[in-house]
Design a protein around this ligand. Sequence first.
Ligand SMILES: Cc1cc2nc3c(=O)[nH]c(=O)nc-3n(C[C@H](O)[C@H](O)[C@H](O)COP(=O)(O)O)c2cc1C
Length: 206
Amino acid sequence: MTDPENNLSKNETLKSIRNRRSVRMFLGKDIKDEDLKTLLQAANQAPSAHNQQSWRFIILKKEKKNELVNLICEKAGNFPKPASALLRLASRSIISAPVVVAVANSGQLISRGTELFKIDKNTGHDFFRIMEIQSSAAAVENLLIAATSLGIASVWLGVLVLIKKDILEFLGEPQGEFMAVIPIGYSAKQNPGPNKQSLDMVVKYL
Ligand SMILES: Cc1cc2nc3c(=O)[nH]c(=O)nc-3n(C[C@H](O)[C@H](O)[C@H](O)COP(=O)(O)O)c2cc1C
């Protein structure tokens, strides 16, 4: 079998996919507005179920970022140790990053989809909710890979789902669904990241 490492060196897109790593500590150096716009454009370019593009990107810097950190630390105390520790770790990543992109689903597909498919409300809600999550996940991954391609580090913080209601209210998206909080910046240290499983373990041919 061909070495996958070699295949992911074939072109710049594949190299960015290979090089993307979760980075949790950042340098103080700011991100250029133009680079941030590029990342958001890349995220917005993702495929979406029924082309509803039901993602929302909320940008936090400086004071707003600090407010988010305070909120997380305050709520972390309500959880037992492993969860509270992960929430506090997430808050440290947020503090160290110059910019945070939060992603929420608008619920637009859920509300339009049921009518579109003429299916009952419960089935429709479940079906279209999954579609919204998948669409936004594609947008998040686009953003992470685009960031890598520009030498910008990032991490997808999902643990904040634990306090999603508070986060959505803070983001001004109370009707939405929490997807991700992504601190972005320049990496404070080289991070080779965990190894990925070999394809033999995750692929089967029928
Ligand atoms: C849905 C999702 C949620 C995640 N949540 C967190 C998180 O809350 N905190 C964190 O430090 N990393 C989080 N990560 C990053 C993973 O820990 C990371 O992707 C994994 O360890 C593999 O490392 P890599 O991204 O460097 O390949 C999350 C990743 C995904 C896809």
